[in-house]
Design a protein around this ligand. Sequence first.
Ligand SMILES: [Fe+2]
Ligand SMILES: [Fe+2]
Length: 470
Amino acid sequence: MSRIDYEQRIPNNVGLSDDRRLQRALEKWQPAFLDWWTDMGPEGFQARDVYLRTAVSAEPGGWAVFDYVKMPDYRWGIFLADQQEDRRIHFGDHIGEPVWQEVPGEYRNILRRIIVTQADTEPASVEQQRYLAATAPSLYDMRNLFQVNVEEGRHLWAMVYLLHKHFGRDGRDEAEELLARRAGDADKPRMLDAFNQECKDWMTFFCFTMFTDRDGKYQLASLAESGFDPLSRTCKFMLTEEAHHLAVGETGMQRIIERAAELAMEDPNGDARAQGGIDIPTIQKWVNYWFSYSIDLFGSEVSSNAADFFGAGIKGRYREDQYEEHTALDQFIHLPVVRDGRVVTEEVPLRNAMNEVLRSEYITDAERVVKRWNKALDKMGSPFRMSLPDRKFHRRQGIYAGAYFTPNGDPISEDQWEARRKDWLPTDEDREYVRSLMKPVYEPGKMANWIKAPSRGLNRQPLDFEYVRV
Ligand SMILES: [Fe+2]
Ligand SMILES: [Fe+2]
């Protein structure tokens, strides 16, 4: 089952040729997808050979082959992790019942909304990143950008398959809409804020893959727990693709940070900018910005929707098996909330706090990465350290939106915020400066001055391998 059939027009491991109606419907959507890719995918390099990986099987580990591919020829398809025998719903109100292979009528609307919301992020990030290749700091990085882009395209296929197969006419309409919205568009924007933000410099790309793709990881992981089995199996395989995106983000940021520290040490005044690089305080601002936008994506701290999703058995916690109790009833967690400008702790029923539970897992994970960055700085003998802002800092969603906090989480007045925000978040000058450094480096093995070379090449290739034939 997990072997992928590449003989078909749409590669898949779901026996698509046995379902003619579905196959025809998806074959109708395919040219629209390719048109979208041509219009909104990576600008300027569509006719070039790119050293990309393609999935061979949906089993974890050793699933990819690497070869030169022109992006429009990439074999986007439908790959689900193998079905587990006798899988049961393992949380919420339906514990112990067999998982659903079809959408239960009562949950049709919420499932559709969850799938469409996830789906919308996939093409959005491709659109956000479409101009970056023109300023790639190396061929190695350009190739990673393209790999991420084609896989986000693949994720769109994954979600569109679910919509077409399980949601009839509505699903087909949603699939069309997914190709009609545009990141950052005033009239037809993407559904979530972070996916309408500009991504015009490479530090933003690395922050995005570090922080925003990491939100994707946690959303997918909680949906991989789902009692709706096709969704669970889809998300499981998407997670194996997602891991690469996170690695691109984490290592990309680490390379910028290490280079910043290096340049600061070389400069008589400790000024990395004077050496033509990005300085650590500027990097920290990008981290503050993208971390806060990304944790917004988990939704409100107190949410009846989140409680419904959990109760229905549709969206679990991260690695639900790590918990001993799976109904989450009669349990509470304590949340700092804002009351009359003061932060006080309140008790919230656990089910209603599921967004916050997932956000906390995410934050712990992101903190682990920051620790690794700081270890690298320490090893270099650099006095700099990176940090994550407090979860209340610069929020536009949830219970902290509308209040003001320092990166340490201390409440402040709006005036204090306005006076200090330039120290915490990217200013127009910062963005202009970072953009001024974005000059393409297309010679194999060479790197832009503001980023360190990676410690090794990709797929055991040397660093000066021609990852993209420009
Ligand atoms: Fe994705
Ligand atoms: Fe991703």
